[in-house]
Design a protein around this ligand. Structure first.
Ligand SMILES: [Zn+2]
Length: 295
């Protein structure tokens, strides 16, 4: 009985519910006052310019940057074709625009890979040099290295060397190995690395013909000896021959250690040209550049 009464009451109330809009679409309400200030959609669209009314093509105009004067002549002017009568074969052509004319002086090559990890990490004291371009010789991003990090301190070179990032990376590791040897066996350290030729535009062994030396690419260094903190100076020329002397042992250790850090090491045993220095470089040996030349 109660169920029947409830059903009747519900049927009687249906028109009223419909009028209250339960199933009706919401009536549009006026927007809050703040939203009236929002720019209409059209105002934030890019400006469109009809460049070909017949085809109806639309091209978006570039947006104006802050502080930039608005472009008044946004539509590029269409150049009128010169009439055939006005152009004669001998008529001088207008000078090319200065902004696109080829420069008379060649633009120097871009310096690639200016960042060298050894420099960033403080393993060498170095400054960037401008690119070297000397015929077939040259270096894109040479550095002038004046000191290398070894066992927590900077070891100065006897003179600044012009070299590349690869050599600047390998050199401190080698100097540190020699320095550790001296600390362990001689109770001293390297006060200065005595260097010879670094970059030089020449052929192998300074011959008149043949392959260019890696010195010609700032990828090689000649080291002539070590000045030690105990006052001694050990040189390849003066101390190599006495193999059992302290200097001879140091030089042989240095030569062997260099073979772990460079791909080419040439000393007095290699040939007469190297009787007074170690030549070290990072040249490619073997099919995949993993072979080493250690003489
Ligand atoms: Zn050399």
């Amino acid at each position: 009985m109660r169920t029947i009464l409830t059903l009747i009451a519900t049927l009687l109330c249906l028109p009223a519910l419909a009028q209250e809009g339960v199933e009706q679409p919401p009536v549009p309400q006026s927007r809050p006052a703040g939203l009236e200030d929002v720019a209409p959609v059209e105002a934030i669209r890019p400006a469109w310019t009809i460049v070909d009314r017949s085809a109806g093509l639309l091209v978006p105009m570039p947006r104006q940057r802050p502080g930039e004067a608005p472009e008044t002549a946004a539509v590029p002017a269409v150049e009128e074709e010169a009439s055939p009568e006005a152009e004669t074969p001998d008529a001088p052509k207008p000078a090319p625009d200065a902004h696109i004319a080829a420069p008379e002086v060649p633009v120097p090559p871009r310096v690639y890979q200016v960042a060298c990890p050894a420099v960033l990490q403080g393993k060498v004291e170095a400054r960037m040099l401008p690119p070297v371009a000397d015929g077939q010789c040259g270096a894109q991003s040479p550095l002038e290295v004046s000191a290398v990090l070894a066992n927590g301190r900077m070891v100065p070179l006897s003179g600044g060397i012009t070299t590349d990032c690869g050599m600047a990376t390998a050199l401190p590791e080698w100097v540190a190995a020699v320095d550790s040897y001296l600390m362990g066996r001689e109770n001293t350290q390297i006060a200065e690395l005595i260097v010879g030729t670094s970059y030089m535009c020449r052929r192998v062994n300074s011959a008149s013909e043949g392959n260019l030396s890696f010195h010609a690419f700032a990828d090689a260094l000649d080291v002539t000896g070590f000045r030690l903190e105990d006052g001694r100076t050990i040189t390849v020329e003066g101390d190599w021959a006495e193999a059992q002397s302290a200097g001879g042992r140091l030089l042989r250790y240095a030569h062997g250690a260099a073979c772990s850090h460079f791909t080419t090491v040439l000393g007095p045993e290699a040939n007469a040209q190297h009787h007074d220095h170690f030549h070290v470089d990072l040249g490619c040996h073997g099919k995949i550049c993993t072979a080493r030349l250690c003489e």
